[in-house]
Design a protein around this ligand. Sequence first.
Ligand SMILES: Cc1cc2nc3c(=O)[nH]c(=O)nc-3n(C[C@H](O)[C@H](O)[C@H](O)COP(=O)(O)OP(=O)(O)OC[C@H]3O[C@@H](n4cnc5c(N)ncnc54)[C@H](O)[C@@H]3O)c2cc1C
Length: 367
Amino acid sequence: MAAFDYDIIIAGSGPAGVSTWLHLHKLHPDLAARTLVLEKASHPRPKLCGGGVMRAADTVLGLLRIRIQVPSVPVHNAEFRYHGRRFYWRQKNFFRVVRRHQFDAALVAAALQRGMPLHQQEALLRFELLEDGIQVYTARGSYRTRVLVGADGANSVVRAGMRLREPHRMARLIEVLTPTEPTRAYEFTTHTAVFDFAGVDEGLQGYIWDFPCLENGSAYINRGIYDSRYYPQRERADLKRLFRAGLEARNAYDATQSWQGHPERWFDPRATLSQPHILLVGDAAGVDPLAGEGISFALGYGAVAAEELVDAFRREDFRFEGYRERILTHPLGRALRQRRLMAAACYRGWPRVLLTMFFIAMGLRWR
Ligand SMILES: Cc1cc2nc3c(=O)[nH]c(=O)nc-3n(C[C@H](O)[C@H](O)[C@H](O)COP(=O)(O)OP(=O)(O)OC[C@H]3O[C@@H](n4cnc5c(N)ncnc54)[C@H](O)[C@@H]3O)c2cc1C
């Protein structure tokens, strides 16, 4: 057998992939040095996202002694709207709103400073399972590795290559940035993020959000619609119609502006999270089905995956049979399961419990 080119290849340098490498570097620097991170784009790369970074994300990064300082808007009030009523969760620095291309580029820069081997503009195209590892084929060549980590997002090529026959578990999201006047806009003057559940009555298993944000120094509202599709058997909400109605109600509809959409995979404790020589993290594995929060969870996956990887190399056992249990018993897995239970209750179609559950869930901390 030919030697391995790398011990580990991580596909994707979003929060999940970079966090996996950073935690490896913390636990086992030699292993981290023999790890390659592949990225199909080049940072700063576009990433559709509301940019809401919860404090749990900064806690994970803080334990790695990393502080991501990018332009952001602090949110001290979350306003939940439903049936003409407004409910508030007030907490100083509840979360901050960033632009993801900047946040992710800064995270990558911090990892590069620590020596992360990164090949940008080199997409993983496919892979083959070998007896003792994985042959990875990229846009530029091919590598032999012991372990492949799928950190390549909701449309993961790694997950697709695992040929799983499982339910879809995909949320759908649409987003648009609308310019605003920060001295007058309610979201800016009161540091408020809005979560509007009006669409629940029309089959939406989610909400419309309005987050204040900064792009190139100018003020915008990041607006989007989140449909968890937690119950796929329920009739699908007409996302475009609901989103347009939401924008019109806010005097923010602009027919010349194009919207962008992207899916998000949500966590199910029964879903496949690994195969021999393969681990999934972040959106490739599944994040929060309730609110669609994924950044802090993606970062959290990195900590769990790195522990699993270090253990596997210590034992020379790459079946990863304990990975699911490691996730489920970690605070990350407990929080994901709580969010899943809340999503199950909220999106079943019992509106009266919805906001209570949402409040409770958003107040739950996993760190
Ligand atoms: C519209 C929208 C709004 C959202 N808003 C929020 C929010 O406000 N707060 C929040 O916490 N979460 C939010 N999320 C969820 C959050 O964006 C994701 O959960 C998070 O980005 C997951 O991180 P990740 O590292 O797993 O994947 P990603 O961030 O998607 O990173 C994957 C990386 O892999 C790279 N890649 C993909 N394919 C390949 C390949 N074949 N080879 C090599 N590299 C590859 C990509 O270029 C990318 O850099 C939102 C999601 C969407 C779609």
